[in-house]
Design a protein around this ligand. Structure first.
Ligand code: AMP
Length: 218
């Protein structure tokens, strides 16, 4: 199964893609995770990306396409992959089409996860993450057992710099302007499915299973 997860920041597409990845054994490629790791390791990619990411803006297309190209080259022959946070612009979607055409494979499905804007602001600005093991919490919805301490590894929880209120507003505006046009792009190709991203992780997963090409296996 080759699936793109589309949706504004905070809709939970990474969480859902993780579950699909575990259940069906398909690797997940998250450009956000790859870029954050590069920033942590202070690689030259990380240095190029950091300022854009902190401000909530997109990293330039050529940088991101370069990363995905290398990863996809390893994966196109495999049974499937899940893309989370890529493509995010029409130029990235066109580059993805070319990569897949060259490899003679197709996307099976693009899932567009939808959550109202005020809920997204609440989800993102209350999110806390563990910089050591990357576990994710929320000040209201998923509190750690001890305040600001990671349940899994004991690390001190932090707010991602791009989850600060100003950066959240920028990310949502960037999504509307640069990423939302992909909804029409993929709808016109007949492979887009909308799902409601509100409610519990489990509820959203059930809706997801109804649209993925794995019917009956949830
Ligand atoms: P995410 O974790 O997917 O919300 O990504 C965090 C940040 O990484 C974004 O706000 C962008 O700055 C950058 N980023 C991730 N994926 C992309 C992409 N496909 N194109 C451009 N920038 C990206």
């Amino acid at each position: 199964m080759r699936v793109v997860f589309l949706g504004a920041p905070g809709v939970g597409k990474g969480t859902q893609a993780d579950r699909v990845s575990v259940q069906f054994g398909h690797p997940k490629i998250s450009t956000g995770d790859i870029l954050r790791e590069a920033v942590r390791n202070q690689t030259s990619l990380g240095q190029q990306a950091k300022a854009c990411m902190d401000a909530g803006k997109l990293v330039p297309d050529e940088v991101v396409i370069g990363i995905v190209k290398a990863k996809l080259a390893e994966l196109v022959c495999a049974k499937g992959f899940l893309l989370d946070g890529f493509p995010r612009t029409v130029a990235q979607a066109e580059a993805l089409n070319r990569l897949l055409e060259d490899a003679k494979v197709r996307l099976d499905q693009v899932v567009n996860v939808i959550v109202p804007r005020d809920e997204l602001v609440k989800r993102l600005s209350g999110r806390r993450s563990c910089p050591t093991c990357q576990a994710v919490y929320h000040v209201d919805y998923r509190q750690p057992k001890r305040a600001d301490v990671c349940d899994q590894c004991g690390g001190a929880l932090m707010q991602r710099s791009d989850d600060r209120r100003e950066a959240v507003e920028t990310r949502l505006a960037v999504y509307e302007e640069q990423t939302a046009p992909l909804i029409a792009f993929y709808r016109a190709r007949g492979i887009l499915a909308d799902i409601d991203g509100t409610g519990s992780i489990e509820e959203v997963y059930v809706r997801l299973m109804r649209v993925l090409p794995v019917r009956g296996s949830a």
